[in-house]
Design a binder for this molecule. Structure first.
Ligand code: 9MR
Ligand code: ZN
Length: 566
């Protein structure tokens, strides 16, 4: 009753009463004070106004730029450039005859809370422990989950094996070594590049205040599980999941045993999983040394044993064994994973055996630097080459370093150019709209920020921010693809805790996989064919191929946000 009365209250019609229009696209988090500030408009208009959200007062008026057609979405897009606006605050855009936008902020450190929520979402993905987001998100909690594990016969062993810990991979409750590898490696790199900015940011997790920076506390939670996946011979099993996906129930209500799953025949472990373990454990060995030398030493030892196993078994690949229907993360070629392991082991230890391996094999991967891989969990060449250049080791080979460096910078400059040419200023190309395209958008930004770490260039940082703007609402749907971030954000991710009905809305800080023109689920398949690629997206739980979340995409977003902090 009350609501009906309010809707007709004339005072509310003055400002703020009308609901926002999707025709005006803004980054719903906002814009850095000194940066370029652009919104996009898809309804014909001439002028725009920026208004304060507190009282509707006009802050700035401007002319819209000429229209262009976006091949990714099919939209006709006009540009509202309000870079002149430099006063911190909360605003919206008003366009006579079109409507008003969702609100956004202008601030000198506008992405800090987004970083906090996105990085903290890993805590929400913790397995094997009770999780509670606390008073900030009342009711977002669950009791310890998946504490009963056992060996599946495909592992070559039998009996109980709990391996408690790690992160749920995605919208399912599986834990998969290869996706854990790339996600963990990406987060540790974010620490290595942006440590001074990230160090003071507390994530309000159980370890907060223990003297270790929180991002490293959170990552160690997962690393400990990864270490448990190593067998006594040094190899790592591929994954630990139930035999099939559970229903949309809360983590602690899922009582299917958590199976350690192997390849089904000797040597049972997979090379990709083992090499990924070697790589991330090698990073951990150098990153945790100042905070937790015992853990660092343990990690190095595990990394070496993993590496040795891969020397013996250079390409044992994984396919789901009979009776197992959870995610496969199958990869027919583990040579790039091995290259990454060698590079990280060399970066940490300086030992010539690792260096030699790297130098003998790296050149074949240079062309892979030209654009982000469609599946970063299976394509580790860029991480291998990246770490070689980021390492700044004096013993690096000058020729190799120069070749990698110039290829990376050339690729970054090409991204800057093509992004500026896209009417929405996003780096994505039509062919990038595959499963997890939002992870690819974040990866473009990440590649630019890695280039910037190698050769600082404001164009790289500014272009990376354009990709972030796309993810946070400046896209054809005017949708922030990150739950709980922005006024108009994803509500129905394919994420079991969010869909379990235990909480009023989705768990916060989770990025949807995004548009997927390959239409690999029934929701997408039912959409009319022949549309521009970005249109193949649905904010529906059932659309697992466009609306699931996953730790690898999440990690890219953390990296991208970290690069925009001050
Ligand atoms: O991210 C993965 C994507 O690249 C693959 O095309 C897809 C199909 O194999 O699988 C995705 O990974 C899913 C995994 O198999 C299981 N957990 C959820 C992951 C994200 O959808
Ligand atoms: Zn769990």
């Amino acid at each position: 009753m009350r609501l009906t009365w309010l809707a007709f209250c004339p005072a509310l019609l003055l400002y703020g009463a009308e609901s926002p229009t999707a025709a005006i696209k803004v980054d719903q988090v906002g814009y850095l004070t000194g940066a370029v500030k652009i919104a996009f408009v898809t309804s014909p208009a001439k002028t725009f106004e920026i208004r304060r959200s507190s009282d509707g007062r006009l802050a700035l008026r401007g002319l819209l730029g000429p229209a262009a057609t976006d091949p990714l979405s099919g939209d006709t897009v006009e540009t509202a450039d309000f870079s002149r606006l430099r006063r911190a605050g909360s605003y919206y855009i008003q366009i006579p005859g079109v409507g008003k936008s969702w609100t956004f902020s202008v601030d000198r450190n506008v992405f800090e809370r987004a970083y906090y929520l996105v990085m903290r979402s890993f805590y929400g993905q913790r397995c094997g422990t009770a999780v509670d987001l606390g008073p900030e998100f009342p009711g977002y909690s669950h009791a310890a989950c998946h504490i009963h594990g056992e060996f599946d016969p495909s592992s070559g062993k039998s009996g109980p094996r709990d391996n408690i810990g790690g992160w749920h991979d995605a919208g399912d409750y599986g834990r998969y070594m290869v996706n854990s590898g790339v996600a963990t490696g990406t987060l540790l790199w974010a620490w290595e590049i942006y440590g001074p900015r990230l160090n003071p940011i507390q994530l309000r997790i159980p370890e907060t205040g223990n003297g270790t920076p929180d991002i490293l506390n959170e990552v160690r939670w997962n690393l400990r599980w990864m270490l448990k996946m190593q067998d006594t011979d040094g190899g790592a099993w591929h994954k630990q999941t139930s035999t099939h996906f559970p229903d949309f129930i809360a983590p602690d209500k899922d009582t299917l045993p958590s199976e350690v799953i192997g390849t089904g025949s000797a040597p049972y472990k997979s090379t990709c999983a083992t090499a990924d373990l070697a790589a991330v454990a090698a990073i951990a060995a150098r990153v945790y040394r100042p905070y937790d030398p015992h853990f660092a030493a343990l990690a190095l030892e595990a990394a070496r044993r993993s590496w040795q196993w891969t020397e013996k078994y250079p390409n044992v690949t994984f396919r789901n064994p009979p009776g197992i229907s959870t995610g496969e993360y199958g990869d027919s070629n583990c040579a790039d994973e091995r290259l990454w392991a060698a590079a990280e082991l060399w970066r940490t230890t300086g030992e010539s055996a690792f260096h030699r391996f790297f130098l003998n094999h790296y050149a074949a991967y240079l062309s892979g630097l030209d654009s982000p891989p469609a599946e970063n969990w299976s394509t580790l060449g860029p991480m291998a080459l990246g770490t070689y250049v980021l390492s700044q080791r004096k013993d690096a080979d000058a020729k190799a370093r120069a070749a990698i460096r110039s290829r990376m910078l050339k690729a970054a400059r090409a991204i800057v150019k093509s992004t500026a040419a896209n009417p929405y200023h996003v780096s994505l190309k039509p062919t990038d709209f595959v499963w997890g395209s939002n992870g690819i958008a974040a990866q473009y930004g990440m590649d630019l920020m890695i280039a910037n770490a190698i050769a600082p260039d404001p164009d790289f940082v500014n272009t990376a921010r354009e990709d972030l703007h796309y993810l946070l609402g400046r896209n054809t749907f005017s949708l922030s693809w990150v739950t709980g971030i922005g006024e108009h954000s994803v509500l129905h991710p394919h994420h079991r805790p969010s869909g379990s009905g235990q909480q009023p809305g989705p768990w916060p800080g989770l990025m949807s996989g995004g548009p997927n023109a390959a239409r690999q689920d029934p929701v997408l398949a039912a959409m009319p064919p022949g549309q521009p690629p970005e249109r193949y997206y649905a904010d529906q739980q059932a659309s697992f191929a466009s609306n699931e979340i996953a730790i690898n995409w999440q990690a890219n977003l953390v990296f991208l946000l970290a690069g925009q902090l001050h």
